[in-house]
Design a binder for this molecule. Sequence first.
Ligand code: FAD
Length: 205
Amino acid sequence: MDKGLPGFTLGNDQKMMGLRGTSHLELWFDNVLLEPVALLGDEGRGLQQALSALGRVRLAQVGARAVGKASHVLQLMVDYAGQRKQFGKPIADFQLVQQMLADSVIEINSARLMVLHAAWMIDQGLDARDWISMVKVQAAETLGRVTDRAVQVFGGMGFCKELPIERYYRDARIYRIFDGTSEIHRTVIARCVVKRGAALFDVNA
Ligand SMILES: Cc1cc2nc3c(=O)[nH]c(=O)nc-3n(C[C@H](O)[C@H](O)[C@H](O)COP(=O)(O)OP(=O)(O)OC[C@H]3O[C@@H](n4cnc5c(N)ncnc54)[C@H](O)[C@@H]3O)c2cc1C
C-alpha cells in the first residue's frame, strides 16, 4: 500500500521507552480502495500467510536476536567484572557476582539450543510452531533477566547513560510484548502440552 493513497494516513509517531532508533507510527485506513495488483499472495489466505511468516520472524528476529543480544551483554558483564575492583579485588571474585554470570550463561545457552532446535525442525519440514512459542518466551525472558543483571553488575554506571547498559535494559523490555506477549505464547504452549502431554518435547511424536 503506497503512501498518498486516498484514505490512508499516518498518525502519531509513538515515543517509546526503548528501541528509540526505530519509529512506531500509527497507520489509519478509511475506506481505502486497492487495485488487484496490490494483493500479496492469494485472496482469502491472508491470515494463513501472515501466521506462517510470523513463525519465522519470531524465531529469527525475536529468538535468535534475543540470544545474540544477551550474549553480547554477558560479555560486557564479564569484561567489566574482571576489571572493576572493590575491596581490593575484581568484583568477578565475589560469589554473588559470579552467580549472576553463571545464571546468565546457563539461561543464554538454554535459549540458544532451543533456537537451533526450532530452526533444525523447520529445515526438516516439521511443524515447529509449538517450539517457536517456547523459544519466544525463553529467549525474550532470558534477555530481560540478563540485561537486568547487567545493570546490577555495572552498579551505578549500569544506570547511567554514559554506558550502553541502560539502553540494553530498556530495549529488552519489548521482547516480552512484541510478536505475541509471553502470556499469549504460554497460553498456546499450555494448550499444546495439555493436548499432547510430554510428547510435545519429542520431535518424533
Ligand atoms: C516497538 C513495538 C514493535 C512492535 N512490532 C510488531 C511487529 O513487528 N509485528 C506485530 O505484529 N506487532 C508488533 N507490535 C505489536 C505487539 O505485537 C502488540 O503490542 C502485542 O501483541 C500486544 O498486543 P496489545 O498491545 O494489543 O496488548 P493487549 O492484547 O491489549 O494485551 C495487554 C495485556 O493483556 C494480556 N492479555 C491479552 N489477552 C490475553 C489472554 N487471552 N490471556 C492472557 N493474557 C492476555 C497481554 O499478555 C498483556 O499483558 C509491536 C509493538 C511495539 C510496541
